[in-house]
Design a protein around this ligand. Sequence first.
Ligand SMILES: [Zn+2]
Ligand SMILES: [Zn+2]
Length: 338
Amino acid sequence: MTEIRGWASRGAKQKLEPFTYNAGPLGPEEVEIAVQYCGLCHSDLSILNNEWGLSQYPVILGHEAVGRIVAVGNYVKGLRVGQKVGLGWTAGSCMHCRECMTGNNNLCAEAVPTIVGHQGGFADRVRAHWAWAIPLPEALDISSAGPLLCGGVTVFSPLLTFGVKPADRVGIVGIGGLGHMGLKFAKAWGCEVTAFTSNPSKADEARGFGADHVVSSHDGAAMQQIANSLDILIVTVNRPLDWAAMLKTLKPNGRLHVVGAVLEPMQISVFDLMFGQKSVSASPTGSPSAIATMLEFAARHHIAPQVEHFPMSKVNDALEHLAAGKARYRIVLDTDFV
Ligand SMILES: [Zn+2]
Ligand SMILES: [Zn+2]
């Protein structure tokens, strides 16, 4: 039995308040993690504001938690007390459906999001199914690793899923929390990388993150210049774009892949896809195996998100900072319960 202290919202669009709950006995396949750091992801804001209509309150937000395991259930496999682990968007899945059994656990119909019907990582402790508590490589800096667990795997996963090759040309749309990690991963993967941003002040930083080219999607001449050149375009923004213009940047057989939670329906002409045999797709975060692969890749290539730290007790200030679009580029909360 554990009393867990965290920062919870009691309803949509409300400030987070200190909140304590009794987590009950630890499940046989669960681990309990003492949280040291937790990233703040845009989806925390979406759940706080009930933008997707699935929020349940009170909810402790936070789904990019890193820390050490302090307790393991009787049937936990492969993890031990004291181990450094990370937990992302998903805290559990059924482990017996086709998706789970083929390593696509993030597509499990019974997957439990860490902050929906489950209490998240803006807390001193968080619980998860053992399969979703992913060991952190020694070489990773634990103080900036949090954002890799959700944001990082979200932009890394398409490189794995679609077999992106080092000789490929990759476009990353939106240079923010997700996009800046996308640039780093695609560059380290060996690709020629084009960053799309409508904010000229981010151009130099985008190059610093690994972009070979920086293009404003509002610049018709620049868009014309890169027409028919990209193998995959990874869209990290959550607002509608000029999809026809974006599709023109793709080579035949190219793919426009969306990882930003765009709420509006996409208006796309079949003809913009048909003649170049192009594809449009989307994906949610990644499987435990994709997360582990991404962490290993990040450690090998010294890839870390660029983060700003707030004490967890200032979580409301951090949420405001994020909502105002001021985060450069990802926020991490440092646990400071006394
Ligand atoms: Zn997230
Ligand atoms: Zn399943």
